[in-house]
Design a protein around this ligand. Structure first.
Ligand code: ATP
Ligand code: MG
Length: 553
């Protein structure tokens, strides 16, 4: 049988390069700047790069692009490593820091000066901007452009030795001020910045610019395919120029793909920082966010994220994906893997008046009807239970098949009960629902006498464990969209977090951080890693059970 496998455009390019002998192996990398937490978009890039390395039996490098000491911190290095490991991208012993190549970058700059391809420029930042021209007008050459090689070498050495103040001089590539591509109009390669770097300390007071550093990092590591997002497409001529002029053999090749965007979801660091600072969310891992740490805390699994990224595909066309697709993936992933247990989120008491007082029996329940491998458990059953308030109505509308006076329903994993009435407080709120049970109808007893239309879940009142649940909605008001048109602020949904007391069956005792469950008829929930304690469980709702989402064709 012939197997047909559809390949994305990057794989097609790699196949071509291998076929034509441009490269004889594949080496990819993920190059985050350690200036924040990773989000779902980064997960796409990580899994794409790692996946390609695996597929082609190549190497995957983890490299911190730490060439800008202003915004970088070690805290982020650690969180990024943790997130990438969790996603399952294994860099083995290929962990690198761009700052380890500062010496090589410096030598490359010297080489360019010697070749007459770089010069030290004294224009101020404002003047440089002015001289650069616009999309419609060519730039103007700097008056310092024609300094001699000797002079440039000496000035650059002075830059390195701390002779100049920040911003006083820069090293620029000598390319073409009339180029239609503004990136090629003598871009800055090095700037003076008297700053302490988290890795190299005070050794350097000049730092390379991204467009100069990045191709060198890739080339030094012998990366073959340098995969990045679309906004770098216009930088590719400069990338190629640096690789060529610095005379690397077998230089890497840059390929761009479209960023992953989620509709009505905030990913911008600036906005998330504000939400954290204003206490609207409880940190970078608040389960309403889509940082990898937040998704993990919410209860997403690496498998679900991988499935999501695969469904999104890789393309050059910018588009935005619905959050519902991510929810679809976690439901699919947990469906067969996790036990389905009973929890009542809005409890009202149900009393079975003909069930002997003080008696308890342990009824057997399947942990997951669709996956017998998860086994069975026992749930205590007795005269007083909790059920969901919405599963009883004194005066039901048509097609309501749950409890109402005179109606019979099945208690999941237990017996049929017939509602006989209810008690209410002064305000008319139902406080207790009454019913009788039919001992012949025990679940699993082989009883086939009658059919009932409704099945409801319950927990045994004296054995119930009190817990907290957090029900989430989108942080953003979806009607209004992410940003307020007037002042650019976020349109927040005031109901994005609802916290409730609930009762769960006793089998939840011992649940640990990140354990997840289906609460039958309610959704998937995960034990919160930060706030849950063995004697005070806290569950985050990962996702509800229902969805109108349809898998795209
Ligand atoms: P910022 O949001 O501050 O611009 P960044 O998200 O680009 O930063 P980097 O650390 O530079 O952060 O990103 C590391 C890698 O992740 C880059 O190769 C970048 O192209 C990729 N990446 C970033 N955002 C996305 C996204 N939304 N979808 C896919 N890849 C992304
Ligand atoms: Mg970036």
């Amino acid at each position: 049988m012939e197997t047909t496998e559809s390949k994305n455009f990057i794989e097609q390019e790699i196949d071509k390069d291998l076929r034509e002998g441009v490269y004889d192996h594949v080496c990819t990398r993920f190059p985050p700047e350690p200036n924040g937490y990773l989000h779902i978009g980064h997960a796409k890039s990580i899994l794409l790069n790692y996946g390609l390395a695996k597929k082609y039996n190549g190497e995957f490098h983890m490299r911190f692009d730490d060439t800008n000491p202003t915004k970088e911190r070690m805290e982020f290095v650690e969180s990024i490593k943790e997130d990438i490991k969790w996603l399952g991208a294994d860099w083995e012993d290929h962990l690198y820091f761009a700052s380890d190549y500062f010496e090589q970058m410096y030598e490359c700059a010297v080489k360019l000066i010697k070749k007459g391809k770089a010069y030290v420029c004294d224009l101020t930042p404002d003047e440089i901007r002015e001289y650069r021209g616009t999309l419609t007008e060519p730039g103007k050459e700097s008056p310092y452009r024609n300094r001699s090689v000797e002079e440039n070498l000496e000035l650059f050495e002075n830059m390195k030795n701390g002779v100049y103040k920040d911003g006083e001089k820069v090293l620029r590539a000598k390319i073409d001020m009339a180029s239609p591509n503004i990136n090629m109009r003598d871009p800055i390669l090095y700037r003076v910045a008297h700053m302490t770097h988290h890795n190299t300390g005070d050794k350097w007071c000049i730092y390379p610019m991204y467009d100069f550093a990045h191709p060198i990092e890739d080339a030094v590591e012998k990366i073959t395919h340098s995969i990045c997002t679309l906004e770098f497409e216009d930088h590719r001529p400069l990338y190629d120029w640096v690789v060529r002029e610095c005379e690397f053999d077998h230089g890497p090749r840059q390929i761009e793909f479209a960023k992953l965007y989620l509709t009505n979801v905030v990913t911008g660091k600036r906005y998330i920082k504000k939400l954290v600072e204003e206490g609207i969310v409880d940190g970078w891992d608040d389960p309403r966010l889509v940082s990898i740490a937040a998704l993990r805390r919410r209860g997403f699994t690496p498998e679900s994220i991988k499935m999501f990224v695969d469904l999104c595909g890789v393309s050059k066309a910018q588009s935005s994906v619905d959050y519902a697709m991510l929810e679809y993936c976690i439901r699919e992933d947990l469906k067969l893997k996790r036990p389905r247990m009973m929890a009542v989120l809005d409890p009202v008491k149900l009393v079975i008046d003909n069930y002997p007082e003080g008696e308890v029996e342990y009824l057997e329940a399947d942990n997951n009807l669709e996956n017998p491998e998860l086994g069975k458990r026992k749930v205590p059953f007795c005269r007083e239970l909790y059920i969901e308030r919405e599963d009883f109505m004194e005066e039901p509308p048509k097609k309501y098949f749950r409890l109402f006076p005179g109606n019979e329903v099945r208690l999941m994993n237990a017996y049929f009960v017939t509602c006989t009435g209810c008690e209410k407080d002064e305000d008319g709120n139902v406080t207790v629902v009454h019913c009788t049970y039919d001992p012949e109808t025990k679940c699993g007893s082989g009883f086939t006498g009658r059919k009932v239309k409704g099945t409801i879940h319950w927990v045994p009142a004296p054995y119930a464990v009190e817990a907290k649940v957090r029900l989430y909605e989108n942080l953003i008001d979806e009607e209004k969209g992410v940003y307020n048109k007037e002042d650019g602020s976020l349109n927040l949904n005031p109901n994005s977090l609802q916290t409730r007391k609930c009762f769960v069956e006793p089998n939840f005792q011992g649940a640990k951080a990140y354990d997840s469950f289906q609460f039958v008829r309610q959704g998937y929930f995960c034990v919160d890693a930060r706030d849950s304690r063995p004697d005070a469980l806290v569950f985050n709702r990962i996702v509800s059970l229902k969805s109108s989402f349809k898998l795209p064709k």
